[in-house]
Design a protein around this ligand. Sequence first.
Ligand code: SF4
Length: 446
Amino acid sequence: MPNSQYTPGIVSGRLSENEYAENFSDLHAPLDGHEATVAADRCYFCHDAPCMTACPTSIDIPLFIRQIATGTPEAAAKTIFDQNILGGMCARVCPTETLCEEVCVREVAEGKPVEIGRLQRYATDTLMEKGVHPYTRAKATGKKVAVVGAGPAGLSAAHRLAMKGHDVDLFDARAKAGGLNEFGIAAYKSVDGFAAREVDWLMEIGGITLHADKALGKDLELARLQDDYDAVFLGIGLGGVNALRAPGENNDGVIDAVDFIADLRQTDTLSALPVGRNVVVIGGGMTAVDAAVQSKLLGADNVTMVYRRGKEAMSASLYEQELATAKGVRIIYNAQPRVVLGEGAASGVEFEYTKSENGALQGTGEVFTIAADQVFKAIGQTLIGAPEGLKIAGGKIEVSETGATSLNGVWAGGDCATGGDDLTVTGVAEGRDAAEDIHSFLMGGA
Ligand code: SF4
């Protein structure tokens, strides 16, 4: 049973309309043509470019930057999309500071990388704004593939399979496609409905039929899909949220951060979204940062993120941590929740400091309390609803390097599958690679 968001301390309309609009505007303004040329001119077009190796989708970064520098951003976009069909979203949400830009030789030498992410956005936006879909389908193969989950991995797999000439039925448990991009990322990283526009643009390839509100295990059975289709790809994400395992967890005002972020992404009226005056976010990943920052932007007075380990162990990058503190979020490291205080509704959280001994995390016995009328749980997600018969390893569907599962004719990728970080860009790479393997299988090459 979900906890009520509407306790006395959690109210909507804390800010003026102008403040909401300003707070949730684009995090990074897009580059204009001149700025893009100047930024592209900083690239050394390295041979064996380290930026390209660091990109999970292996985009030819020096090539697309050179194409921008020579005034052909549309060609640059094609270079990006060839490897990453969701290159537009990845340009907005990729943690470039820990991927391509971290290893850029100009970062290493001068502490200022080429702005690869912003250049990628410039190129992909230029092409998409022209309403051009640069791919056509191969001759129809007569093969049918079911793709379950219309998040980054499923969309990437579906597009690649459609391009190869297969017919794709794309199923999603939600009413809308997009997965993490549509429901799980901070609003200021994807403004103006970009996630939905990107899905529409991707679907222009043709050959993909979207079936919304179809959940695996409820409306769909894997065995039936195996019978009805020539291959199945699962990109079902992680549907479960880890519990705090602290007394008081069921108090009103204790909410899953993923639900808060999804509500925020789907609302047309930010002023209608309730937020606490004193907010505590428990966790250290991107979801925790997105929930904390957006609480502050919605008008919470005090927002504190509490993470059980040290700064370096946080899965949110240093850049994201700095973004959070720049927006007024306080981050406390090395502390774990002991109890959510309050009778019925949350009034605070008691934490205990932690220390690591021989790799094991232990409480020190020293406790402190933070007042909170709203508490967000962001301590990770777990796989739920994995179909029977699939081999599971470490809580995820076990897959080969190309995404093949333990069941013949079934592939998986993205957050639900083993391997890779739980990032949009990783999901795109895994969906693409699984689609190539499925194609090979269907055409008799595997
Ligand atoms: Fe350009 Fe930096 Fe990549 Fe070298 S490492 S190709 S300078 S973006």
